[in-house]
Design a binder for this molecule. Structure first.
Ligand SMILES: [Cu+2]
Length: 274
């Protein structure tokens, strides 16, 4: 049975591809690496399906072009099982690969369930939703509060003091042309919120996107690769928020850990030389 064979080949090809698609080339952040790999996997599978479907279509048109008396297909159980099972395999593949990507904190955000013993997040507003790092990672994780407001962004570089309160080391605003400065090779937590209404932070090249909601924090995380050092990335507002929305922009500047220490010690001096 030809159709069964085609379905078998298709299923085998999808399974092979799922194994064969390796990690994408060096990316500026782990987040965008995961998203790009998922896109590629889905694209390869979609390309194979397109070729198979078009081949069957063209074959059918050519093969039966002189049939002046076509008969409708009567019940064909084998055909029905084939197209049901093939579709199920494709949907399962899409679901499982997408779930694997979305389940990562780098794509789906940091949740309390993933950090059950999390320390208090270093945030300045009394809003719920922010998730702090686990105690073992507390020293290593850099926490930054990203606050949206009509029509600019505030970046608060925060830390937890010994008495448990949050102190802000540095505060920068996009309206003053100041970038969000991120060190490479270090886990960064961005606690995203808004003080008026809905906005959304979006840094497409780094694979970062999250809603900024009033009265609530959403925590996202990233780790930037050393190849991104010295680069600037565009930050957008991705939620239509009013007349100033299209100008609600910012920049992300990636630096080395040493440069980041210089920045925290004297932000004005550091940024003046950039
Ligand atoms: Cu907006």
């Amino acid at each position: 049975m030809k159709r069964t064979r085609v379905a078998g080949i298709l299923s085998a090809a999808i399974a092979l591809l799922a194994v064969a698609v390796g990690p994408a080339a060096a990316q500026p952040s782990e987040n965008i690496g995961i998203i790009s790999s998922l896109n590629l996997e889905l694209l390869y599978v979609a390309a194979i399906i397109t070729v198979v479907v078009e081949a069957i279509l063209i074959y059918t048109v050519v093969r039966y072009r002189n049939n002046d008396d076509p008969k409708p297909t009567q019940e064909n159980r084998r055909l029905e099982i084939t197209w049901t099972v093939t579709t199920a395999i494709v949907l399962l593949f899409v679901g499982v690969t997408a779930y694997a990507a979305l389940g990562s904190p780098l794509v789906g955000g940091v949740t309390a369930a993933q950090n059950p013993n999390a320390v208090e997040p270093a945030v300045t507003h009394d809003y719920p939703g922010a998730v702090g790092p686990s105690p073992a990672d507390q020293e290593e994780v850099l926490e930054i509060e990203v606050t949206a407001q009509k029509y600019y962004w505030t970046f608060n570089y925060t830390e937890t003091m010994e008495n448990g309160n949050t102190s802000t080391m540095v505060s920068m605003t996009s309206s003053a042309g100041e970038p969000l400065v991120l060190p490479s090779n270090r886990t960064v937590y961005l606690h995203v919120t808004s003080v008026d209404w809905l906005h959304a932070v979006h840094i497409p090249d780094l694979g970062l996107k999250q809603d900024a909601m009033p009265g609530k924090y959403n925590t996202i995380t990233t780790e930037l690769s050393p190849e991104a050092e010295g680069n600037r990335y565009q930050l957008y507002c991705a939620e239509y928020c009013g007349v100033g929305h299209s100008a609600m922009l910012g920049e992300v500047l990636v630096v080395s850990d040493d440069e980041y220490q210089q920045f925290v010690e004297d932000p004005e001096e550091f940024l003046a030389n950039r």
